[in-house]
Design a protein around this ligand. Structure first.
Ligand SMILES: Cc1cc2nc3c(=O)[nH]c(=O)nc-3n(C[C@H](O)[C@H](O)[C@H](O)COP(=O)(O)O)c2cc1C
Length: 166
C-alpha cells in the first residue's frame, strides 16, 4: 500500500492538516508533496488531495491535479475553509471535487475551518459574491486547532483502512 498526500496551501492552513494526515498514516509507504510537484501518480494506491476552499470551489491548481489522476484510483479529499464546518458554503467545494472524480473511487472527505486574515475578511465583506462565507469566517480564528488536527488524523486512518479493504 502506497499513499500520497498532495495538497495546495496559500497561507499554511491546509498544510497543517496535510502534515497531520501524513503523520497519521501508519504501516504504509507514504509521501507528501505540493500538488504541482507530484510524482508519477500511477504508483499510488491512495491519493489524498487537500486544498483551501476558494470562491466556493477548488483552486485551479488542485482542479488540474485532480483531472490528472489516473482512472480508477482511490482518492480522499480534505479542505480548509473560513466558513462553518459542515455548512453548505464549505460543502459546495466538495461537490465540485466529486464532479471531477467520476472516474475515481472517492473514499471520503474531510473539512476543517481555517483562519482568514481580518483584512481579507473586511475587504471581502464588501463584495456580494463573497459576503456569505466571509461573515461565517469571522469566527474561524485559531483554526485549524489541535482538535481539528486530531479529527484529520482519525480521517486519515479511516481512509487508509477503507482503501486497504478495496
Ligand atoms: C480569495 C479567497 C477566497 C476564499 N473563498 C472562500 C470560500 O468561498 N469559502 C470559504 O469557506 N472560505 C474561503 N476562503 C478562506 C480560505 O478557504 C481559508 O482561509 C483556508 O483555510 C485557507 O487555506 P490555506 O492557508 O491553506 O491557503 C477564501 C480565502 C481567500 C483568500
Amino acid at each position: 500500500m502506497k499513499v500520497l498526500v498532495s495538497y495546495y496551501s496559500d497561507t499554511g492552513n491546509t498544510k497543517k492538516v496535510a502534515d497531520a494526515i501524513y503523520d497519521a498514516i501508519k504501516e504504509s509507504e507514504k509521501e507528501i508533496c505540493l500538488a504541482e510537484e507530484a510524482p508519477d501518480l500511477s504508483d499510488y494506491d491512495l491519493i489524498f488531495c487537500g486544498f483551501p476552499v476558494q470562491s466556493m470551489g477548488l483552486p485551479g491548481k488542485m482542479e488540474n491535479f485532480v483531472k490528472g489522476i489516473p482512472e480508477g484510483k482511490n482518492v480522499a479529499f480534505f479542505a480548509t475553509h473560513g466558513s462553518l464546518r459542515g455548512g453548505e458554503l464549505a460543502i459546495t467545494a466538495f461537490f465540485a471535487a466529486l464532479g471531477l472524480s467520476k472516474n475515481l473511487k472517492v473514499m471520503g472527505t474531510f473539512g476543517s475551518r481555517g483562519v482568514v486574515k481580518q483584512g481579507i475578511i473586511d475587504a471581502l465583506l464588501k463584495k456580494p459574491e463573497h459576503r456569505g462565507w466571509a461573515l461565517e469566517a469571522q469566527s474561524a480564528a485559531g483554526h485549524p486547532d489541535a482538535a481539528d488536527l486530531e479529527d484529520a488524523k482519525a480521517f486519515a486512518a479511516a481512509m487508509v483502512t477503507k482503501a486497504r479493504a478495496k
